[in-house]
Ligand binder design. Structure first.
Ligand code: DHB
Length: 399
């Protein structure tokens, strides 16, 4: 195959959902993915789907297993030094979140694309993107056996993650990359253990943050705040259990222990690229923006980009109407900035940032906890948190 309407780089949530939505509009695409199918389907990522993402998956026929298997959460708990307050998400928003890990979404999208005879080229590395400022851009790629070839397209989309090649073209032409680094990180573990709690617990403590999440009745996902420079060998099992119990345990809850099957340090970064397009090249998802993990907005933001980009590309290919495509960045950015704010705000209320100056550290902790208590002890505060946690409906555009 040497040409297709849309070449999509990356088989993550953004790339796969884009190719699925384009197919539903009768527009074919090729997805080029560096990793193997197995790697894509196994990579451990976050696990919370906003109601808008759940509705999008249902509406487009990829929500069947989600409806069968996902845990539906109507609330979350915020715990301060062992004292928990439940935020009733459903009461404040009429909505819920689904606990359904990202790799499960990818498994469902890949299965559906292949059932629809979609083209996903795994183990294939994009070497360069050419001519995005002309009417016929192209992408040069290298297959697993080392052979090199070029595919031309009407449009190219970089859904190629935080190290995006496509983004480098846009920033290389003067596009802005606005960034923030945080002085903390998360140590994430996957554990074979029974559920600690029916709903997620976001816990803060003078020692730092911890998060209790879940995967299945027998597999749990926990995180503890750590230093950005920490490595996996600095966290033997005993240290993980000690910190989790210290930060989370209360009269009602004891963190359930079991065999730890995965350990990783998650960096905290915020970044937004503006613009998210140049000529016939577009970027979406992590290629365009990164959020810190608190609140699990990453995949959901990717889906919101795609809910604009998919109809925009379909109109352009089918009707030569490029108006929506021209507006892609300006339509996508407001929601991206709101998610940046929410992730930053939640992170800053829940994490401790010790400086070594005891008086200042105490001041910062007391101020931070006063903010958190103001939010979770008032109707207005709980409502604000709940609404942003479940997220806003995704935009829908006619093609
Ligand atoms: C998970 C990750 C998050 O960042 C979060 O806020 C909630 C849950 C998770 O991996 O389950």
């Amino acid at each position: 195959m040497d040409s297709t309407p849309v070449v999509i780089i990356g088989a993550g949530p953004a790339g796969l959902m884009l190719s699925h939505l384009l197919h539903l509009e009768g527009v074919e695409s090729v997805v080029i993915e560096q990793q193997s199918r197995e790697e894509v389907e196994k990579t451990v990522r976050a696990g919370i789907l906003e109601q808008g993402t759940v509705k999008l998956m249902r509406r487009t026929g990829v929500g069947e297993r989600l409806d069968r298997e996902a845990e539906i959460d109507e609330g979350i708990e915020i715990s301060i030094a062992g004292e928990a307050q439940r935020i009733d998400l459903h009461k404040y928003t009429g909505n819920i979140v689904a606990v359904y890990p990202q790799h499960e979404v990818l498994i469902d999208l890949i299965a559906r694309r292949l059932a629809d005879n979609g083209e996903i080229w795994f183990n294939t590395t994009v070497e360069s993107i050419e001519g995005h400022d002309t009417d016929s851009p192209s992408v040069t790629y290298v297959k697993q056996d080392g052979t090199k070839a070029t595919i031309s397209a009407q449009y190219v989309v970089g859904a190629d993650g935080s190290k995006s090649l496509a983004r480098k073209i846009i920033t290389g032409e003067g596009g802005q990359r606005l960034k923030h680094e945080y002085p903390y990180a998360w140590f994430g573990v996957m554990v074979n253990a029974p559920q600690t709690n029916r709903e997620l617990i976001y816990a803060t403590h003078p020692e730092g943050f911890a998060l209790i999440s879940t995967r299945t009745p027998d597999v749990q996902r926990y995180y503890v705040q750590c230093n950005p420079t920490d490595t996996v060998d600095m966290w033997p099992d005993e240290r993980i259990w000690e910190e989790l119990h210290k930060r989370v345990d209360s009269e009602k809850v004891t963190v359930s222990e079991g065999e730890i099957t995965d350990k990783a340090v998650l960096r905290f970064r915020s970044a937004v690229t503006d613009p998210m397009q140049s000529g016939r090249l577009f970027i979406a998802g992590d290629a365009a923006h990164t959020v810190p993990p608190t609140g699990a907005k990453g995949l959901n933001l990717a889906m919101s980009d795609i809910s604009i980009l998919a109809p925009a590309l379909a109109r352009a290919v089918k009707k030569s109407d490029v108006k929506l495509l021209e507006d892609y960045t300006s339509l996508a950015l407001p929601r991206i900035w709101r998610a940046q704010h929410f992730s930053y705000w939640m992170s800053s209320m829940l994490h401790s940032v010790p400086t070594g100056d005891a008086s200042n550290d105490r001041f910062q902790t007391e101020r931070r906890l006063a903010e958190l208590k103001t939010v979770i002890s008032t109707e207005a505060g709980r409502q604000l948190l709940a609404q942003q946690y479940v997220g806003y409906d995704l935009p829908e555009f006619e093609v």
